[in-house]
Write a protein that binds this ligand. Sequence first.
Ligand code: GLC
Length: 731
Amino acid sequence: MTIRILTLSLTFLFSICGYSQAQIYLDNSQPIETRVKDALSRMTLEEKVKLTTAQSKFSSHGVPRLGIPEIWMSDGPHGVRMEILWDSWNHAKWTNDSCTAFPALTCLAATWDPSVSYLYGNAIGEEARYRRKDVLLGPGVNIYRTPLNGRNFEYMGEDPYLASKMVVPYIQGVQRNGVAACVKHFALNNQEKWRNHINVEVSDRALNEIYLPAFKAAVQEGKVWTIMGAYNQVRGEYACHNDLLLNKILKKDWGFDGTVISDWGGTHNTREAALNGLDIEMGTYTNGFTSNVSAAYDNYYLASPYLKMLKAGEIPLSNIDDKASRILRLIFRTAMAQNKPFGSLANDEHHSVARKVGEEGIVLLKNSAGLLPLNAAKYKKIVIVGENATRKLTEGGGSSELKVKKEVSPLEGISNKFGKAKITYTMGYASGDVAYDKVLPPKYNTDSLRTVAIKLAQEADLVIYVGGLNKNSQQDSEGDDRKSYELPFDQNQLISGLQQVNKNIVMVMLSGNAYEMPWLNKATTLIQAWYLGSESGNAIANILSGDVNPSGKLPFSFPVKLTDNSAHAFGEISYPGDSTNQYYKDDILVGYRWYDTKKIASQYPFGFGLSYSKFLYGKAKIDKTSIKDNDVLTVTVPVKNTSNIAGKEVIQLYIHDKKSSELRPEKELKAFQKVELLPGEEKIISFKIDKSSLKFYSDNKKQWVAEAGKFSALIGSSSRDIKSSLDFILE
Ligand code: GLC
């Protein structure tokens, strides 16, 4: 009897304070869509509108009354950023938020190994989960169009197919931890100059063939839970509230059921933000990492102005119900997902993932004198020259900055590996300190630094040069672009000075962008080593010593000179634009699609990378010489390791369309495989080609089409080193 009275009184109690007994939205065993509907039915209009805006720099509202938690977000693509204060860009100076810095995404792309991308995503997802973040603001997949773009280091190169294949496992790895990935910046944010307003004009064809595929793969294959709108405008509408990009393409055509989050300060208009697909407005009245208007949250476009328009009936209530449903879905997938792992932070396991990504992504560009791998015993006096051998490169660069538990510098890594006794270090050149929006002059006199370095090089029997770019403003950094394609800080003069006094120089370049190489003819050894994060020095030392055999391939081309690049071939209106509009006149011919079609020699081509092993490609075979409709054609090629060192090779398949009604690039990457081969081992690599691999997006027909005719399947070790060409016909 008493139990019954108790139950009745509880039900009565629940009913008077608005809780029905069955709080379905709280029940984890219920399907998410059921929970979304139940939660929505309990929320007031004001509570729904609250969900669509920030409450602080990196969090958005929950529903306190119903026990629905806030959403906590954190940068960035390479590691979980240090805690930022509630309402300013300053660091909160917590003492428990030092993380693992994983290599920059250009390095991940350079691994050409989707399984490595999954390891990366899971490890960074575990760190975000441990730091109690619901959304990780990364990865970025904007296409590398010009070597001057300050943020190319955060992205996955110049080819949409490579970026599509590498972004999917990263997302799956992150999201298995109950943390949403946030693929950014959607779309056409391919430069930093004027990023907050420049209006990009691009053809439907280039949009669909080049700039959208990685985002489409993220949504349809990666099932990404959030997308970040870009700052720039696209065809006259801001990307953060853009009818074509968000309503038509993302949500309608691609079926995206997740949440669109604005870039910080990317929202400019209530009506458009409401009607053109934005779901959560973040960072309004800021420029993304320096300026700030405090306590402005109630004035956000989707805050009181939006509520007023909804109450006045100027915007239908269905509009807010769609936004609120998407945001509740995000909350149930993350903050309220009860069966998610607990994550971990900055442990050995994550550092070994960081090291592995670095080791798999470092690209050996030149080794003509066979100096590498280094047999340290041969050398008595080794001098290491270059500021990048000691500079912390996990700081700076903008929102992808990190506070790390450790960062093994190249100097430390190489000294640990080869023995401190024989190693001398000298800075050689100097850059200024990190400053986000101004270029600070170096504190040192570069002439004297250079003189000292050349003298030491003269007396050494081996020089290891560690240079490249860095995370300073107008280098590899958010907020502005590089001003020149040259190496900065007078490095070219230093390098040629070193070359005059010593012929044993190993060049190790750290950067997220290509750069001019006037000294290349005199260089015998060149390694492109990216920004490698916490394990930088160890990954580099393992490659230099041969403990790890380099297997990375370039995710973007190195043009000989800037004017060879597609974005710089059509005047200022094409890059950087006229400060209001910008026309992508290179259209679909971006990266190797441009250099190969225009027959312009690259310094180093897309997909290029050497190994300490030697790989022999045998005779490729094709199982059919014609296909139609749903046929699948198989191409096989034997690859043999003819050296005595185990190594990995990335075999690439490109398609060449011999004749088409609309211009097509000389070749397009359509498949690749990274395989390990033991000394003397041979493997038969096979690729499948079907009609979908042959399609292009017709600007005339506004759809993907495969035209009958002759094609060639090109098997290559890089986009320029084609080993076999196999002809076939599409009926
Ligand atoms: C920045 C960046 C974006 C970052 C966000 C939050 O301006 O454009 O990538 O995630 O604002 O820091």
